[in-house]
Design a protein around this ligand. Structure first.
Ligand SMILES: NC(=O)c1ccc[n+]([C@@H]2O[C@H](COP(=O)([O-])OP(=O)(O)OC[C@H]3O[C@@H](n4cnc5c(N)ncnc54)[C@H](O)[C@@H]3O)[C@@H](O)[C@H]2O)c1
Length: 352
């Protein structure tokens, strides 16, 4: 019988790439995409596979326990890949409770629905929780990397909510023997990235000659991974990871924000036929984000050595592909930046 896999948050940035990969690579699986379609969820991310015979979209909210229980009873899923979340740190500072509800309560609801539907018969079952490196807090020593045993030290409401959800997933593994696996990944970039995040925001603002808001002095360091490489890692871990284990995912690709923005400016000058240096003049330093972690860096050796995954793209190549995608998909950008998002966007950035 075909495997039935529930992917949550499949209309979002990373989830849409995971859904696309699974639908194309596993024609024998039935892939269900459960998404509430918040401001960040967009079915336009999936138009190329929406008619695939092994794909079903379900609109729903993971904070609704009764709805989840009914869905799991009806469908008897073999596996869950859980990506649905509130994911933007700035929003978590203005509205932490939304993050508690979706990221913590929603995750526990899903764990309960899986536990109730599987009723201790866990053969062939798997609950995969997708998380972030932000749960580890900030690195201060330039030699240090986050490894799977680094103690949790979340600093923002977003990372605190993801840390709490990670703890619940591990607790269900320990207490009820639910077959769980987790991953913690660094910053993703690539096609379909929602334009409130650094790279698409900069591409959009350069194109429209708006200021490029850089927090503080731009010294914060992040590790960047092409989103399709994250989706490939999720495929590898879902199929080959060990129950109860955690895998760090990252690109060994650290960039200071200001260096990254300058690189993007220079790529965009070339693509738009502007004299070198034009876009960099739009850089505007703005008051630093409250509690802004200085540096994140992931050691992905365990995933590479034990499961044989490695990133497929160099950063410059991935960034070029990303810029090309955004320039070729203006309709997508206009669609997702209209309406409610536009109001939020204006209030966040226009007066800086
Ligand atoms: N973006 C990154 O760089 C990054 C890095 C590491 C880990 N992650 C994790 O990966 C996952 C996906 O991140 P993303 O950047 O694709 O996020 P995203 O914001 O682009 O997508 C989140 C999706 O979840 C859906 N959703 C939100 N609340 C929901 C609810 N209550 N019920 C059902 N669906 C709901 C949204 O509609 C959206 O489609 C998150 O768990 C995030 O913590 C993200």
């Amino acid at each position: 019988m075909a495997k039935k896999i529930l992917i949550t948050g499949g209309a979002g940035f990373i989830g849409s790439h995971v859904v696309r990969l699974f639908v194309a690579k596993y024609p024998d699986y039935q892939i269900f995409n459960l998404d509430k379609l918040t401001y960040a969820g967009n079915l336009a991310n999936l138009t190329d596979i929406e008619d695939a015979p092994n794909y079903t979209f379900v609109k729903g909210d993971i904070t609704d326990a009764a709805f989840l229980d009914q869905l799991f009873q009806e469908q008897n899923f073999d596996g869950v890949i859980h990506l649905a979340a509130e994911s933007h740190v700035d929003r978590s500072i203005t509205d932490p409770m939304a993050f508690v509800m979706t990221n913590v309560v929603g995750t526990v609801n899903l764990l309960n629905a899986a536990k109730n539907s599987w009723q201790s018969d866990f053969s062939g079952k798997r609950f995969y929780h997708v998380s972030t490196d932000e749960v580890y807090g900030s690195l201060h020593n330039p030699e240090d990397f986050f490894v799977e045993t680094t103690p949790y030290d979340p600093q923002s409401p977003y990372s605190a909510s993801k840390a709490a959800s990670d703890h619940f997933v591990r607790a269900y593994g320990n207490t009820y023997k639910l077959p769980v696996v987790l991953s913690n990944c660094s910053n993703n970039y690539g096609p379909n990235h929602f334009p409130e995040k650094l790279i698409p925001l900069m591409i959009h603002n350069i194109q429209t000659n708006k200021p490029l808001p850089v927090y503080g002095k731009g010294e914060n360091v992040r590790d960047w991974l092409y989103v399709i490489d994250h989706a490939r890692a999720i495929d590898t871990i879902y199929h080959n990871g060990k129950n109860g284990d955690t895998y760090n995912i990252g690109g060994f690709n650290e960039w200071k924000n200001i260096d990254l923005v300058n690189l993007l400016c220079s790529i965009m000058d070339r693509k738009l036929g502007r004299p070198e240096g034009t876009s960099a003049q739009l850089i505007t330093y703005v008051t630093d984000r409250a509690g802004h972690d200085l540096r994140y860096a992931i050691d992905a050796s365990k995933l590479m050595n034990e499961l044989g995954w490695k990133p497929s793209l160099q950063f410059e190549e991935g960034l070029e592909k990303t810029v090309d995608w955004f320039l070729a998909n203006q309709d997508w950008l206009e669609n997702v930046t209209s309406g409610a998002y536009q109001k939020y966007y204006d209030s966040m950035y226009e007066n800086r």
